[in-house]
Design a protein around this ligand. Structure first.
Ligand code: ADE
Length: 425
């Protein structure tokens, strides 16, 4: 249901869900000490006073904590969903009622609604865009050229978004700075690896409740997300096969102790397939033909293009929902293939996304990336900019401090040694 308040424009499922959302946002906040410190500083310094900001993110308890920090910093922020299935409706409701942040996001919204929300976000005439997958920036560049002059810059959360931004830069259409949050060490080493690893398996288990011990799980792609997923699948007792197209990543997978096969050979062996490549149709018609009866397929990459569901649909006599987020395709060859979460990211469709403790560092990067854009307004060239190393290191230091873990520091002798080249054997 869509609700519209005269006080604050928004589209959320049900404002009555706000009290539950508040409890869950506060629970997540306990695991986000770095973002909390940044929020407290923002509240004093107001770095975003006068700044209109759009955040296109998965609307989760963790994103809520980010939005609250940005608002504390003075931002005039609007939040929309970065995926039709990932919104937590109670969180969306609470942000509207308790924090007066306009949210346009409803779990299960159709593509038309999703795209309409992108347009509503652009109607806000943002100066800063936080994007997760580059949909807002791509729409701005294609359809709202007259707004480009308002833009200070964007920050991008995910690998897929960075790939799109690089293509935009190559095509000469990226006319403002983009901060690459994904490639910060305190982001991808933890969020992409441990976050995706845990939340993907969590989504699969919540959707199916299948036992993973003893199953053959095929992890398609061995980037940071694939590494984390394979690691956690092995931890649950599965036999893990990895497929890759990159020879270096394939060697990594082998030396991490996984079996590496081409998809054509893995397809008949897998009980469960998880795609995490960022590319299109990595599981397609010829693979479905040879899968075991009852094989389960799901995706944890950003877009729902990794599994060729159209090809699967064409082979099906019948498609039946057998549990929430679980659809069985009964094929003409007599076997069935089970698809989870409509091929959308299973960790957010059927579970709650990455745990707060990793999103703490990801969103600390987002918050500080936005502040960096504002502080350096007019000074950064159009193109893709890394998070400054000092910022990345500071986030790691704050995280360790919050975890109560101390580490060593270099002695003066060691500093001198690593800065000199004269002493060898
Ligand atoms: N991406 C993956 N997990 C997420 C989460 N919990 N919140 C926001 N974005 C995410």
């Amino acid at each position: 249901m869509t609700a519209t308040s005269p006080r604050l424009k928004h589209e959320v499922k049900d404002l009555g869900l706000a009290p539950l959302g508040r409890q869950r946002i506060e629970w997540a906040g306990r695991e986000m000490p770095v973002l909390r410190q940044i929020r407290d500083r923002f509240a004093q310094e107001k770095p975003f006073a006068g700044i209109r900001l759009v955040a296109c993110c998965h609307v989760t308890t963790e994103t809520a904590n980010l939005a609250i920090a940005l608002k504390a910093g003075g931002a005039d922020a609007v939040l929309i969903a970065s995926n039709p299935l990932s919104t937590q409706d109670d969180v969306a409701a609470c942000l509207v009622t308790d924090y007066e942040i306009p949210v346009f996001a409803i779990k299960g919204e159709d593509n038309e609604t999703y795209n309409r929300h992108v347009q509503i976000a652009l109607d806000h005439r943002p100066n800063i865009i936080i994007d997760d997958g580059c949909d807002v920036v791509a729409t701005l560049v294609q359809e709202r050229q007259e707004q480009l002059a308002d833009i200070i810059g964007t920050t991008e959360e995910t690998t897929t978004g960075i790939v799109r931004l690089r293509a935009m830069f190559r095509d000469g259409v990226l006319s403002f700075p983009a901060v690459n949050v994904n490639d910060a060490d305190t982001k991808h080493f933890f969020d992409n690896r441990y976050g995706t690893g845990q939340s993907t398996l969590d989504g699969i288990i919540r959707a199916t409740n299948v036992l993973l011990a003893g199953k053959t799980i095929v992890v398609v792609g061995y980037g940071w997300c694939g590494k984390g997923t394979a690691l956690r699948a092995r931890g649950l007792g599965a036999n893990v096969i990895v497929t890759e197209i990159d020879p270096i990543k394939a060697i990594e997978a082998i030396m991490d102790g996984f079996r590496v096969l081409p998809m054509a050979e893995a397809a008949p062996l897998g009980d469960l397939f998880i795609t995490v490549t960022g590319n299109k149709h990595v599981i397609r018609g010829e693979h479905f033909d040879v899968m075991k009866d009852g094989a389960i397929v799901c995706n944890s990459g950003h877009f729902d293009i990794e599994i060729d569901l159209k090809a699967l649909g064409a082979k099906a006599k019948e498609v039946k929902t057998v549990r929430p987020f679980t659809e069985e395709y009964r094929l003409q060859n007599g076997k069935s293939v089970v698809v989870l979460g409509e091929g959308r990211l299973i960790n957010l469709a059927a579970a709650e996304g990455h745990p707060s403790a990793v999103m703490d560092m990801s969103f600390a990067n987002q918050a500080l990336g936005c502040e960096y854009l504002v502080k350096n307004q007019g000074k950064l060239e159009p193109g893709i900019h890394s998070i400054p190393t000092e910022v990345d290191q500071e986030i790691a230091r704050l995280k360790l401090q919050a975890m109560g873990i101390k580490i060593d520091t270099l002695t003066p002798e060691q500093i001198e040694y690593i800065n000199s080249w004269t002493s060898g054997t």
